[in-house]
Design a protein around this ligand. Sequence first.
Ligand code: 9Z3
Length: 314
Amino acid sequence: MSSISGLGEDEVSSFFESSPPLKNKEGILEKLNGFIEHNSSGGRRIVCVTSGGTTVPLEQRCVRYIDNFSSGNRGAASTENFVKAGYAVVFLYRSGTCQPYCRSLPDDPFLDCFQFPDKTNIQVHASHVEAVKMAVMDQQAAVAESRLLKLPFTTIYEYLQMLRLIATALKDVGPCSMFYLAAAVSDFYVPWNTMTEHKIESGSGPLDIRLAQVPKMLSILRTTWAPKAFCISFKLETDSKILIEKATKALGKYKVHAVVANELSTRKEEVVVVSSSGNVVVRRDSDKPESIVEDNLIRLIVDRHSTYIKESHT
Ligand code: 9Z3
């Protein structure tokens, strides 16, 4: 199929036309528009943080799927830092992955946090009191002030439809809006109309599946959905030798404002912010045990966003 402008718009349209419709689209839109209206009328910057991996179902009544690795830690930690920096955050996350303000709670086993001194009372163990108190207080404050809107996805179909909804809803916020695309998004998928409805039968030898390429939505996000938004994408590689080259290529191809390059095994220690003004290595402060790379990363991104907003007004 040829494309109108070289952006693969035909592929994008046919991806959406053949996708199973988003459940509760009206409900999501209502929440989203209310959140954007509330925050933009107060002059607050709004960032959409994507987090976690998308799944690619192999059957319409899905039993089996291909997954993309991401614990959601980066997205959750970045969300907390954006809220601290005064932003309102639309947190588009994979169901079941790490949540903002929950990173210091034990998840395995979470129930070890609690104890029953008697049958009618439940208490938090002394060792976890501080972590639970901070998690509950910070999360409640963010939600009460309408600074955090959480929207879950699971499949690549849901993720891309929701990203489009958010981007078009944010279009009028212009330069004060940002996309921070930390989710690990599938490059390949099984088109819905070529997918078997029922569970693939086993017992008849090896399984052949043909995966189509997921159309690159970043270009459309930049040119059509929300062209004035500040846009940060991520590049993940396992081979550090090709990381910067790949990130630099993505910067030029998708015309994003910066690409955060990270290598899988060192992603919690350092990232490289690749942009037209050069490459900046951002590390966590290794002399402070509590320090995480997102503290320094979000500081830098917020600074860059401020410059972008100033330049857009001149
Ligand atoms: C990332 O690179 C994220 O930093 C991580 C965070 C997924 C590594 P965790 O969730 O890890 O804290 O465990 N995200 C983007 C990954 C990705 O799929 N990027 C695509 C690519 O590299 C572009 S959209 O080609």
